[in-house]
Design a protein. Structure first.
Length: 291
């Protein structure tokens, strides 16, 4: 069991607000943190990893205390069994792929773990290359392997697929899910992609201005009991075009362009670039705005 209680004053686009989160996570779970940009998701991850200090907090992982403000305990990052994968991957440019992985090994650990990860991530042929020679997908694989090299008790992923195209993103989502299941590592991922959350997470934690507003299975959280529709697709609005008494919406679903119609009162709340869920219910399509 992982228990995290983190409090920290933050400054965002809407002014000052308080990050105030209490989570109890079962070991081996894959948790997604979902919500708008600037609500504290990445800050929470950084506090768990020891990269930022909370104003007040408690954090126990597998019975070990990492943070206890009352007792003035705040373990530095190198003493926490946490693997962190940054958005920009943050690979050491002066080291080879193998060097990056070996640097992350725990003291006394066998280099066989590096060999195993190179094989599992299909990056063995890259092991003597520097990061600057790698593609985005290759860098992502190396960064993930490095995060796992330290045998973490918790793996923290900050929007790991945001810089990749749809095909590569889907392929690497499959790989990370296989790795998470293989190692059984408790994983917490920041994501803005509903489809990604559905695919990977056992549970989703929705945050708004530092607070947890919803928590549960993705299917329950995102549908919120609004529909029992059989088919659901999520996508991004590319165009909104008025038609007589209806509105035509052009939505990007994966790498496909879909056009649907909505009532004018439904479309009034929608904007270009927003994510929506398309739902089929008794042959009448519904468009639900996502947070």
């Amino acid at each position: 069991m992982i228990h995290a209680s983190i409090k920290k004053r933050l400054h965002g686009a809407h002014g000052e607000f308080a990050l105030d989160v209490n989570l109890n996570i079962q070991e081996g779970q894959f948790i997604a943190l979902f919500g708008a940009s600037g609500v504290g998701k990445t800050t929470l991850l950084r506090c768990l990893a020891g990269l930022e200090q909370p104003d007040y907090g408690q954090l126990t992982v597998k019975g070990e205390t990492w943070i206890d403000s009352a007792s003035r305990i705040n373990l530095p990052p190198q003493l926490r069994r946490a693997g962190y994968m940054f958005q920009d991957y943050a690979l050491f440019p002066n080291m080879t792929v193998r060097g990056n992985l070996e640097f992350a090994l725990r003291k006394g650990s066998s280099k066989k773990r590096v060999d195993d990860l190179l094989t599992m991530m299909a990056i063995g042929e890259l092991q003597h290359r520097k990061p600057e020679t790698l593609s985005g997908g290759q860098k992502q694989r190396v960064a993930l392997a490095r995060a796992l090299a330290a045998e973490p008790h918790i793996l923290l992923l900050d929007e790991p697929f945001s810089a990749l195209d749809a095909e590569m993103r889907s392929r690497l989502q499959d790989e990370i899910l296989q790795l998470q299941r293989h190692f059984g590592t408790t994983t917490m991922m920041v994501s803005h992609d509903v489809g990604e959350v559905y695919k990977l997470a056992d549970s989703v934690v929705v945050m708004d201005l530092g607070k947890v507003t919803q928590e549960g299975r993705a299917a329950d959280v995102f549908s919120a009991g609004q529909t029992s529709g059989k088919f659901r697709f999520t996508g991004e609005i590319l165009a909104i075009e008025p038609m007589d008494v209806m509105v035509s919406l052009t939505v990007l679903v994966g790498n496909q362009i879909v056009r649907v119609v909505a009532m004018q009162n439904e479309a009034e709340t929608l904007k270009l670039g927003e994510r929506v869920m398309l739902v089929s219910k008794a042959f009448n399509p519904m468009v639900l705005k996502l947070k």
